[in-house]
Design a protein around this ligand. Structure first.
Ligand SMILES: *Cc1c(COP(=O)(O)O)cnc(C)c1O
Ligand code: SF4
Length: 335
């Protein structure tokens, strides 16, 4: 008997770079003891295909900066919290997080293919969520009982970290709830691990009754190469609407040129820009912060350069609001 091989993407995930010294060496950079200590707070993880899109010998490469642990993460800033969105109090314990009308977010897993240093979920206690542990029963019961929920958002972590047989079972169960009209998947994997969009994923995603949206997470045009474009084309062929959310990050994409290039590269790959988030004040990420006035000035310049449909909404999440706060950029005199 021949043992069944794990899918290619799982092998790529298992081979991800997890040692700061190895990542630095792959890019021709020297040793950095600060990276080692920061990695003990939140481990390094980056797939090799994403590393291949980084420029060698450049410690300021915009892709590298998103994943490389640096000493600055060890500063604990009083204003930066471990629960910046006040989500801990909103959890039902079943993995369903409902902050906004008509949409429920399902914490499908805590695992990600990449660890983004600025991630607001770096302190989230995923282990306390039943759904993340693979028990969907309570979450599905909750959704069945709530006829006002029109859209279910699979989030995490990265929901596509789960094996396809699990995702297929979950998606089919959601598909059987008549009032759920839309399935939205928040995932960074089509960008950082494009192998993830394989034929098995296409099978369960294509057959759903619900309208499908895939919201990817890409912060810089250099993240998009031909492998990513192929993955995005496959998702689109499943009938999914493709949107992108990014985070405005100092030293990564905090310039008019970088954001214009990102929007154009996304659209060329069939993806519309959706949100550009201001950084959530999460502990360990203060060195990525772009002040709001500067963010608005950059977005004013971006708005003057692009068609309206390529301008993402500059947004911030504030605990207790009925929606994400979209910041006006075209009027007013700030900077
Ligand atoms: C961001 C978010 C949503 C989705 O908000 P949209 O504005 O519809 O993109 C839903 N639920 C939670 C908990 C969120 O954080
Ligand atoms: S992929 Fe998303 S959830 Fe995972 S570490 Fe990055 S930003 Fe956070």
């Amino acid at each position: 008997m021949i043992a069944r091989q794990p899918p290619l993407w799982q092998r790529a995930l298992a081979e991800a770079v997890t040692e700061p010294a190895e990542l630095r060496a792959l890019l021709g950079l020297g040793h950095d003891p600060g990276a080692e200590s920061a990695a003990t707070l939140f481990p390094l993880r980056v797939p090799r295909g994403f590393v291949a899109r980084m420029r060698p010998n450049d410690p300021n490469d915009p892709l590298l900066r998103q994943v490389l642990p640096v000493e600055a993460e060890c500063d604990s800033q009083v204003l930066f919290s471990t629960d910046p969105l006040g989500e801990l109090g909103l959890r039902g314990g079943d993995g369903v997080l409902q902050k906004y009308h008509g949409r429920a977010l399902l914490i499908a897993t805590g695992a990600c293919a990449v660890h983004c240093r600025y991630c607001f979920r770096r302190h989230f206690p995923y282990a306390g969520e039943n759904a993340a542990a693979g028990n969907w029963g309570a979450a599905l019961a909750h959704l069945r009982r709530a006829p006002d929920i029109r859209e279910v958002i699979l989030s995490g972590g990265d929901p596509l970290s789960l094996a396809d047989h699990k995702l297929a079972r979950l998606a089919d169960a959601l598909d059987s709830i008549a009032h759920v009209q839309r399935l939205r998947i928040h995932t960074r994997q089509p960008i950082v691990l494009p192998e993830r969009v394989d034929d098995e994923l296409v099978v369960w995603l294509s057959r759903l009754r619900m309208r499908k949206l895939v919201v990817v997470h890409c912060n810089h045009a250099n993240e998009i190469d031909s492998t990513v474009r192929r993955a995005l084309r496959k998702l689109s062929a499943c009938g999914a609407t493709l949107l992108n959310q990014s985070v405005l990050l100092r030293g990564v994409n905090d310039s008019t040129g970088a954001l214009v290039d990102l929007s154009e590269a996304l659209f060329a790959a069939g993806v519309l820009p959706y949100y550009l988030h201001l950084l959530d004040p999460v502990q360990g990420a203060a060195h990525f912060d772009v002040p709001e006035a500067r963010a608005r000035a950059i977005m004013r310049a971006v708005t003057a350069r692009l068609p309206g449909y390529l301008v993402p909404r500059l947004a911030r999440e504030e605990a207790g609001r009925p929606a994400k706060t979209v910041l006006p950029v075209t009027n007013g005199r700030c900077t």
